[in-house]
Design a binder for this molecule. Structure first.
Ligand SMILES: [Zn+2]
Length: 265
């Protein structure tokens, strides 16, 4: 599952609204929706690979042409907060209000109610799965408890991720405010992700790669993604799927669910 978290300007604005006057910092964030997404859509067209775009509703409102370009290609739009709010820092009532607002905006813009959710910074609260279920979501893609999808007690499906398969840790950098680390060499990152892909393939796992267009839309990183997708395709026995397809498969095939088993290695 290929996920693009299109955080754009909310990367800065969720940290501090005053950053709106930091023109260069904001311009780096805008690079994602304006330049990164179109370039990545071109790659997905070229390779015929479907993807899920988790978009804060503030970004959806401010980049209508980007939204149209994603939707007309059949990719999935998932919810990702309004202004990329950190859920650990909001009350249950605020969390509900943010979800209601963001779902409403995405539905108005795309004509479809989102059924997939990715929490900003991957972090959910104890009540989040029940809230998502109440709002009609089919799946959440925020937890890290397994490496195949699983089902919450309320029926919500979870498509788990992991920090290893995230580009922020590899590529994010801003001088001030200080974000990220020294940007990594793409060869190192390819090796990191490919080794995990191969091992997950052997173990029959769900490889969930999470990329931010302001980082992974830069030219050498688009090439890195192309190499990874081509090599994964050549490896064979791989299903490239959007989150909504994976969640529907898990829902319709309860026999495919993994039970915890400590007896068999
Ligand atoms: Zn995000």
């Amino acid at each position: 599952m290929l996920c693009f978290d299109v955080d754009g300007e909310t990367t800065a604005l969720s940290e501090d609204p005053a950053l709106v006057s930091r023109v260069t910092t904001m311009s780096q964030c805008e690079y994602g929706p304006n330049i990164g997404v179109p370039r990545l859509l071109g790659l997905l067209d070229h390779l015929q690979v479907p993807a899920t775009f988790f978009v804060p509703s503030y970004i959806a409102e401010h980049h209508p042409r980007m939204m149209e370009a994603i939707c007309t290609r059949g990719h999935e739009i998932g919810a990702h907060g309004h202004l990329h709010e950190k859920l650990a820092h909001v009350s249950p009532d605020e969390e509900r209000a943010i979800l209601e607002k963001s779902v409403g905006i995405l539905e108005r813009i795309t004509g479809k109610r989102p059924i997939g959710y990715r929490a900003p910074w991957f972090e959910i609260n104890p009540g989040t799965p029940d809230l998502l279920h109440e709002f009609g979501f089919l799946y959440n893609a925020s937890m890290m408890a397994d490496d195949v999808p699983f089902t919450h007690p309320n029926g919500l499906i979870e498509i788990p991720g992991q920090w290893l398969l995230e580009d922020w840790e590899q590529f994010a950098f801003n001088a001030e405010p200080a974000w990220g680390f020294i940007p990594e060499n793409c060869s190192k990152v390819f090796d990191l992700w490919w080794r995990e892909f191969e091992a997950m393939h052997d173990f029959g796992c769900c490889f969930v790669l999470t990329l931010h267009p302001w980082l992974s839309g830069r030219p050498s990183r688009v090439r890195l993604l192309e190499e990874l997708l081509v090599k994964a395709h050549e490896r064979g026995h791989v299903w490239f799927a959007r989150g909504n397809e994976i969640a529907a498969y898990v829902r319709d095939h309860p026999e495919a669910r993994r039970e915890l088993n400590f007896d068999t290695p």
